[in-house]
Write a protein that binds this ligand. Structure first.
Ligand code: LLP
Length: 385
């Protein structure tokens, strides 16, 4: 829901642009940190969801840590001012350059995704005369029941180490003098709204944790990844993710030893609802069976609908929904690809050239996945506080 005033300000901007609602971001961060603090849980923000400088700056100010998946993200997190001792670095293909960079920055922990990577980190740390902290990313083989393109915790995924490799893994760790095993790390997938998935994850973590105990490892950290979903259908009614229920599940089902830390890596739930892609209608086309709204934003600005058939609520901000009979439009972009479609048969008021269109809940995996295909303009921004 945008106020008249905000819509008027949108109308003065060149489109398309990403609108960030920093007031909502602040409320979301407050809700998350309060809910996590109740159980003394540690939250890292997954930079991959959105690394817009204003967004990062605000998240950093809430004392949240950083979860990075590239050397550049690690560098960016450190530059923005995230506490280096709260930076974790995951990724199935970390290059030597990226590992060296992170060792030099003395980050908190590498989330290691293969046995071979362990030996590479060990030798690079040895060359610098350092000892680095690692957590083993283990594939829990828990089905996240989410879109197959964003499920990561199943055995057939490329991520993490499978449970049958753990014996080999600890033998290698025992031989690595320059790595210290501080924890175990998991991530089952993204956009998970069914809390029983997280309960299943806890059960798996408990089993694996137990296995490490039996093998003489006292783990300081249990990192359960991210994945908390949000409501794409009702951004105004449900602007803030259900952090309370989410953390309560882990508090109830995760077995924690005294002094042991529980870490989370939330991306989407922190930023998705605070971002909108705002665009204008360029043309309206009436076919025999279909009507098209052709926008000035396309898959180059927001790719999720095309890549994952993801739903994003589409609103015409220039018309009031009650004033007009709804028409079904295929809402498409200007890119030379037939897949460049934000939504098919979307109910909207009768729309015309120049109308402002908001594509909601675009704060996570929106701007960061933009491309310059068709030599498009770089992304523009507009912030409200
Ligand atoms: N930790 C790890 C190891 C991850 O792989 C991810 C996301 C996260 C944390 C953060 O997950 P979140 O809390 O945001 O669900 N581009 C896709 C989503 C890809 C998610 C990749 N991993 C999308 O637009 O839906």
């Amino acid at each position: 829901m945008f106020s008249e005033d905000v819509i008027q300000q949108f109308g003065q901007q060149e489109t398309p642009f990403y609108h960030y609602n920093l007031a909502l971001l602040k409320k979301t961060l407050s809700a998350c940190t309060q809910a996590a603090a109740r159980y003394d849980f540690h939250v890292h923000y997954a930079l991959k969801a959105n690394f817009n400088p204003r967004v990062l700056e605000m998240i950093m100010q809430w004392g949240i840590g950083a979860d990075c998946v590239s050397g550049n993200e690690v560098q960016k997190a450190a530059e923005v001012g995230f506490d280096r001792n709260k930076i974790v670095f995951a990724g199935v293909g970390k290059s030597d350059k990226e590992i060296n960079q992170a060792i030099d920055l003395d980050i908190f922990c590498f989330n290691v995704e293969s046995i071979q990577e362990l030996t590479v980190i060990d030798s690079l740390a040895a060359a610098k005369g350092k000892k680095v902290r690692v957590a083993i990313r283990i594939n829990p083989n828990v089905d996240a029941h989410t879109h197959h393109n964003i499920t990561t915790g199943l055995e057939e995924n490329k991520f993490g180490i499978n449970s049958w490799e753990l014996t080999d893994c600890i033998h290698v760790i025992q031989e690595c003098d320059h790595v210290e095993l501080v924890g175990i790390h998991f991530h089952v997938g993204s956009q998970i709204t069914d809390m029983t998935v997280f309960k299943s994850l806890c059960v798996k973590v408990n089993e694996i944790h137990q296995w490490f105990e039996e093998h003489g490892f006292n783990l300081k950290v249990l990192n359960v990844g991210g994945g908390l979903g949000i409501d794409y259908h009702q951004p105004d009614e449900q602007p803030i993710a259900d952090f309370e229920s989410y953390f309560a599940v882990f508090n109830q089902f995760l077995e924690r030893k005294p002094g042991q830390e529980v870490h989370f890596e939330l991306g989407r739930a922190l930023v998705a609802q605070s971002g909108n892609l705002v665009s204008r209608v360029l043309y309206v086309k009436h076919g025999i069976k279909k009507n098209f709204l052709i926008l000035d934003a396309g898959m180059t600005e927001l790719m999720r609908p095309m890549l994952y058939q993801a739903y994003h609520k589409i609103e015409n901000l220039s018309k009031s929904e009650s004033d007009f009979d709804a028409v079904k439009y295929d809402v498409v972009g200007p890119i030379c690809e037939s897949t460049d479609c934000f939504g098919k048969e979307v109910d909207l008021p009768v729309s015309e050239r120049g109308d402002l269109i908001a594509i909601r809940t675009a704060g996570a995996y929106g701007e960061v996945m933009a491309s310059g295909y068709n030599l498009r303009d770089t992304i523009r921004h507009f912030y409200t506080e």
